[in-house]
Design a protein around this ligand. Structure first.
Ligand code: GLU
Length: 423
């Protein structure tokens, strides 16, 4: 256990990741000799993505695909479309994928991609052209046995369908296994869209049991109401919790009695944001952090929980639906205050786990029922959180460091056994 603060609030995502790696190093014994392999990406590709806009003008966008580590198998990780995407962020996101696939013991390495673009500002045709050109530019490094993209912030099953089609066109035959998170009729998997939110709920239930927190009537606050936040909020409300506050890019809404989450989902589908939802009180974005809550679910972007916010948070449990929402210094503050943090690399791993199932189904051209998918997902997630919990007790460390111990042991053992070429 460490109370060192390696980096301050103004840190970047890659620095956050490096600080997390520094914290796990003392627990790795001889494998520590290989840890530098995790402190740099194996391969990083920067591409120019020119597209013809609907008005005939030409615009250039910058895109990335980073393969952080391939010791345990092909690269795996999503594609982000967001105006703040840069190399530093994609590097960090790819590294978190390396850790995530290893904690779940999936036979993949870690990768991530992105384009610096605001997808809300593009027409559907422009979005399709951007996706097809970006796929073409990264096609030398992706493939079902090389590196398998998937959805992330700002991308969705339709975009994965265009990626699959573009790659297939260039290879002269349909290659369903090149991306996951596709529409179900194009080789996608049942249960994939809701898998990340489901995983947040399943790991949250397990953690709640361990700390003696009853879900019935507990108060939940959610940041981000996209694919992850909305499903997690729905499942907690179905289990009897009250979702009392939700924040997204349109503002923050509050209702002490809890929202009707199904109605909120319908509202967001129509209005593209939570602002203005009936029976809700609009509160200041910063006041969100002072709301009385038992469970906090950050499900938006990285770098949200600072030390200052960590000190104010009344939650007993933080479930990281987002990747990298907590600064290392805030992690220390939460640990000191006795707040249980279920870290991103396990909490939001439901998505990549069902992506793995999708890839396996595509390879076999044999598809499973949604019940089979959910049953297998729940089993893997429960096993993973049990293992992480046990390690955190044995080593007296946070759940994040425990998850990193299990992951780094697997990755660095593979690194060691494969050897360093040319030797
Ligand atoms: N983008 C998701 C994540 O951060 C899913 C990745 C995948 O399915 O490969 O885990």
């Amino acid at each position: 256990m460490s109370n060192l603060s390696y980096v301050n609030e103004n840190t970047d995502a890659w620095q956050t990741y490096l600080a997390q790696i520094d914290r796990v190093a003392p627990y790795l014994g001889d494998l520590k000799n290989y840890i530098d392999t995790l402190k740099r990406p194996k391969r990083a590709l920067i591409v120019d993505v020119p597209i013809v806009m609907d008005d005939g003008s030409i615009q250039h966008f910058e895109g990335y695909r980073v393969q952080h580590n391939l010791s345990r198998g092909p690269g795996k990780g999503g594609i982000r479309y967001h105006p703040d995407v840069d190399l530093n962020e994609v590097m960090a996101l790819s590294a978190w994928m390396t850790i995530k696939t290893a904690v779940l013991n999936l036979p993949f390495g870690g990768a991530k991609g992105g384009v610096r673009v605001d997808p809300r500002k593009l027409s559907t045709r422009e979005l399709e052209r951007l996706t097809r050109r970006f796929t073409t530019e990264i096609s030398p490094v992706i493939g079902p046995q090389q590196d398998i993209p998937a959805p992330d912030v700002g991308t969705n099953p339709n975009i994965m369908g265009w990626m699959m089609d573009t790659y297939s066109t260039q290879h002269g035959h349909t290659v369903t296994g090149v991306v996951t998170g596709k529409p179900v009729h194009l080789g996608g998997s049942l249960g994939r869209v809701r898998a990340t939110g489901r995983g947040v709920f399943i790991t949250g239930l397990q953690a709640a049991k361990k700390i003696g927190l009853s879900i019935e009537n507990s108060k939940v606050a959610v940041q981000g109401f996209g694919n992850v936040g909305n499903e997690a909020a729905y499942l907690f409300s179905q289990a009897g919790a009250k979702v009392v506050a939700v924040q997204d890019h349109t503002g923050t809404i509050f209702n002490a009695d809890g929202f009707d989450v199904k109605a909120l989902q319908n509202y967001v589908e129509q209005h593209h944001g939570v602002a203005g939802f009936e029976n809700s009180q609009k509160i200041d974005n910063e006041a969100f952090w002072d709301v009385e809550m038992d469970i906090f679910i950050p499900a938006a972007l990285e770098g949200q929980i600072t030390v200052e916010r960590a000190e104010r948070l009344s939650a007993k449990m933080v479930l990281e639906g987002a990747n990298g929402p907590t600064y290392p210094s805030a992690d220390d503050a939460l640990l000191r205050r006795g707040v249980t943090v279920v870290p991103d690399v396990i909490c939001n791993a439901g998505g990549v786990t069902v992506s793995y199932f999708e890839w396996v189904q595509d390879m076999a051209s044999y598809f499973w029922s949604e019940d089979e998918i959910n049953e297998r997902l729940d089993k893997l997630m429960i096993q993973a959180i049990e293992d992480v919990w046990k390690t955190s007790e044995e080593k007296s460390c946070s759940l994040r460091t425990a998850a990193y111990i299990l992951a780094c042991e697997r990755i660095l053992k593979a690194r060691k056994e494969r050897g360093i070429f040319p030797g």
